[in-house]
Ligand binder design. Structure first.
Ligand code: HMG
Ligand code: MG
Length: 305
C-alpha cells in the first residue's frame, strides 16, 4: 500500500540554488520561497549557514532568512517550516540568532565526500555535529540529519550498506529527529533503495524517521521515490523545477523535480497539499530569473515551455 499523505521537503532554494554560478539576488530568493509557500509547500529549506567561501551562492543567508521568517508560523501565519543547513556550532549560532526553528546537519556515508564537503573525516564530522544537535535540541529546535552518498560515491563507487547504517545510527543516537537518505549523485535504482530501507529497519532504524533525497542524474528519482513510498516512507525531498546541479559537474544534477513528484502523487491519489498549477508557475518564473528552461518534464508539459 501507499501512504495517504506525503510531506514534501522542498529543497529548491537551498540544494537547487547552491550550485548556481551567477549570484541570484537575495530578493529573488525570498520571492521564490514565498511563492513556494503560496503553492502549498509547508517545508521549504531556505538556505545554509555554512562558510561563505564554500558555498558563495548562499553567502547572503543572514540577509535572506529574516525576509522569509514571517512564513515560519509567527504572527498567526499558517506554519511553514523553514529548515536551514548548519554544519557546525558557528552555523548553529548564526541560525538560532535569526530565530531558525528547524536545522539540519549533513553527514556523509563515505570518507571521500566527508573530506570534500566538510574538510573532515566521517568521525570528525560526526564529532562536529554532536554539540550542534544537542544544543539545537536544548533550544527545542527540530533537527534533521542528512546522510549523503547512501548509494554511490564519485570517488569510491558503490557504497556498502553498513557504512550508511553506521552514520544513520550515530545521527539518531545524537538526537536527530529525522534523517534524509541522500543519493547525492543520482545513481540509485529501486532495488538498491528497497534493500537499504530493509537493512536499516533490520538494524533498528524505523521507517518513520526516514526521508529520501534523490537526485535525478539517471532519471531514476521518481522510480526510487515510488519504491520508498511502497516501503512506508512519507517524507520526500524534491526541488521545484528540478533545479540544481551544474552542467560542468557530471556527477551531480538536480534533485527530483517537485512537479514530477506531485504529478505522480496526484495520479496515485496521495495527498501533498500542493497546488500544481501555482508550483509550475513558480518554477517557470524562477527559470526566467535564471535564464534557462526548467529541466522538469512536468513543468515543460504543463507550461508548453
Ligand atoms: P573548515 O575550513 O574546516 O572550517 O570548513 P574551520 O572549522 O577550520 O573554520 C575556518 C574558518 O571558517 C573560521 O574563520 C571559522 O570561523 C569559519 P577564521 O577563524 O579562519 O576567520 N567558519 C564559518 N563561518 C561562517 N559560518 C560557518 C562557519 N564555520 C566555520 N558555519 C566547514 C568546515 C564545515 C565550515 C566547511 O567545510 C563548510 O562550510 N562546508 C559546507 C559545504 C556545503 O554546504 N555543502 C553543500 C551542502 S551538502 C549537500 O548539498 C548534500 C545534500 O543535499 C544531501 C545529498 O544530496 O546527499 C544535503
Ligand atoms: Mg542534495
Amino acid at each position: 500500500g501507499l501512504p495517504a499523505r506525503v510531506r514534501i521537503h522542498e529543497v529548491g532554494a537551498r540544494d537547487g540554488l547552491q550550485n548556481e554560478k551567477a549570484t541570484v539576488p537575495t530578493e529573488v530568493k525570498a520571492e521564490f520561497i514565498r511563492r513556494l509557500a503560496g503553492a502549498g509547500l509547508t517545508t521549504i529549506e531556505a538556505t545554509s549557514f555554512v562558510h561563505p567561501r564554500w558555498v558563495p551562492q548562499l553567502a547572503d543567508s543572514e540577509q535572506l532568512f529574516p525576509l522569509v521568517s514571517d512564513l515560519g508560523g509567527d504572527g498567526g501565519a499558517p506554519g511553514v517550516r523553514l529548515p536551514v543547513l548548519v554544519p557546525n556550532e558557528r552555523g548553529l549560532d548564526r541560525a538560532l540568532a535569526l530565530g531558525a526553528r528547524h536545522v539540519a546537519v549533513f553527514a556523509s556515508a563515505t570518507e571521500s565526500f566527508a573530506k570534500a564537503n566538510l574538510n573532515r573525516t566521517v568521525d570528525e564530522s560526526l564529532a562536529m555535529f554532536e554539540p550542534v544537535v544537542s544544543r539545537a535540541r536544548a533550544d527545542r529546535a527540530h533537527v534533521r540529519g542528512y546522510v549523503s552518498m547512501c548509494f554511490g560515491d564519485p570517488w569510491e563507487g558503490a557504497v556498502p550498506v553498513h557504512q550508511v547504517v553506521r552514520v544513520c545510527k550515530a545521527l539518531l543516537d545524537m538526537g536527530c529527529d529525522e534523517l534524509s537518505l541522500g543519493d547525492t549523485i543520482g545513481v540509485a535504482t529501486p532495488g538498491h533503495v528497497q534493500n537499504l530501507l530493509a537493512e536499516l529497519n533490520e538494524e533498528g532504524v524505523p521507517t518513520d524517521v526516514l526521508g529520501v533525497h534523490f537526485h535525478d542524474t539517471y532519471g531514476q528519482a521518481l522510480a526510487n521515490t515510488l519504491a520508498s513510498l511502497q516501503h512506508g516512507v512519507t517524507t520526500v525531498d524534491a526541488s521545484a523545477g528540478g533545479l540544481g546541479g551544474c552542467p560542468y559537474a557530471k556527477s551531480a544534477t538536480g534533485n527530483l523535480a517537485t512537479e514530477d513528484l506531485v504529478w505522480m502523487l496526484q495520479g496515485l491519489g496521495v495527498d501533498t497539499g500542493v497546488d500544481l498549477g501555482r508550483l509550475t508557475a513558480t518554477s517557470v518564473w524562477m527559470a526566467g530569473q535564471l535564464g534557462r528552461p526548467s529541466p522538469s518534464r512536468t513543468v515543460k508539459a504543463l507550461s508548453h515551455q
